[in-house]
Design a protein around this ligand. Structure first.
Ligand SMILES: O=C(O)CCC(=O)C(=O)O
Ligand SMILES: [Fe+2]
Length: 356
């Protein structure tokens, strides 16, 4: 039998367990099944231990914060937000609720396992399982909060109230970050909000079980986020890394180290396009979890909510001039997201499709 047929059978069998990677770990496996094996090239960039992602302190005077966010978005595409308005107790209960869902008895959890969201909700392992050449060591509960709100009854009860609350908290953080970004770009503070960028909201509640052979696989493959902005809540385990070019032109990974109470923000492909490349959507990945405790993270994605065919998006006209002509063509949200869904997570960045 050819390798690809072998793989297709193994992938299908794994999906049909409806128990995710957590199910494999529960079964007591001591090695990583071959469908999760990643070519080592994906893992081979050096890690620059002396570098760290910039922090942005929201308690500083607004002009300083605007300046920090602008330079972090231009230069790094990633930053850690500290002294934001969300209580640490809310962050902790969100993480605990997500952990509780992924650690429900298999028979209860697997009832939610699906690749066709029900009421905007889907629990699954590897959204791109049937498209990618190697699977990643993680499971995810995905909820679409907007533009169409989810059916609340379809959100697993063990985390329902916490996730509904977290959607509101993350939205408030995104509102503040977007307004600071807009001011940094010389736009009116509500420009992104007025373009409906707080209305398209997706939440991915990730669970990265301990991995018996972490060098053979990844927690999440190398990718950029196909969104305006991501607000990420992570627990204390760590493993997220962002790519960065250093002085000599070489690329390195920089650890996005967990900071108690901080939220990670990163620029997505759409914001890079809106800003005509001023802000950068940066590649990142998550290493397979080598600790003996599962890692939990909650990524909230913000996208334009207005999606009718007559509404197109592209570089913001206010930012363009004869010295700064558009580098991308205009497109509809459906055109953009359709291209994302048809590709493997870690293939070439989406924005190349829309380059002029
Ligand atoms: O779990 C993480 O730290 C990152 C997740 C991520 O990159 C994503 O969901 O796009
Ligand atoms: Fe991401």
């Amino acid at each position: 039998m050819s390798v690809s047929i072998d793989r297709a059978i193994a992938v299908k069998a794994f999906d049909e367990t409806k128990a995710g990677v957590k199910g494999l770990v529960d079964s007591g496996i001591t090695s990583v099944p071959f469908i999760f094996h990643h070519p080592t090239a994906n893992l081979s960039l050096p890690v620059a231990a002396h570098l760290s992602i910039p922090t942005v302190d929201l308690s500083l005077p607004r002009p300083i914060t605007i300046d920090r966010i602008r330079s972090a978005s231009r230069d790094w595409g990633f930053f850690q937000l500290i002294n934001h308005s969300i209580p640490i107790s809310t962050m902790q209960s969100t993480i605990s609720a997500v952990r509780a869902f992924h650690e429900l008895p298999t028979a209860v959890r697997s009832k939610h396992y699906t690749r066709s969201p029900v009421g905007g909700v889907a629990y699954l392992s590897n959204g791109d399982l049937f498209k990618s050449s190697a699977a990643s060591w993680r499971d995810t509960l995905q909820i679409s909060f907007g533009p169409t709100p989810p059916e609340l009854d379809d959100i697993p009860e063990v985390c329902r109230s916490e996730l509904v609350k977290w959607d509101e908290s993350a939205k408030e953080v995104a509102r503040e970050v977007m307004s600071l970004m807009c001011e940094g770009l010389g736009l009116g503070p509500r420009s992104l909000e007025e373009l409906s960028c707080l209305e398209g909201r997706g939440m991915s509640c990730h669970y990265y079980p301990p991995c018996p052979e972490p060098n053979l696989t990844v927690g999440a493959g190398n990718h950029t986020d196909p969104v305006i902005l991501t607000v990420l809540l992570q627990d204390e385990i760590g493993g997220l890394r962002a790519k960065r070019k250093v002085e000599d032109g070489h690329e390195v990974w920089v650890d996005v180290k967990p900071i108690p109470g901080a939220l990670v923000v990163n620029v997505g492909d759409l914001l890079q396009i809106f800003t005509n490349d001023e802000f950068k959507s940066v590649h990142h990945q998550v290493v397979a979890n080598s600790s003996d405790v599962a890692r939990v993270s909650v990524a909230c994605f913000f996208n334009p909510g207005r999606r009718e065919e007559s509404t197109t998006y592209g570089p913001l006209p206010e930012l363009l001039s004869s010295e700064n002509p558009p580098r991308y063509r205009n497109f509809t949200v459906n055109d953009f997201l359709g291209r994302f869904l048809s590709k493997e997570l870690n293939t070439k960045t989406l924005i190349e499709f829309f380059k002029l």
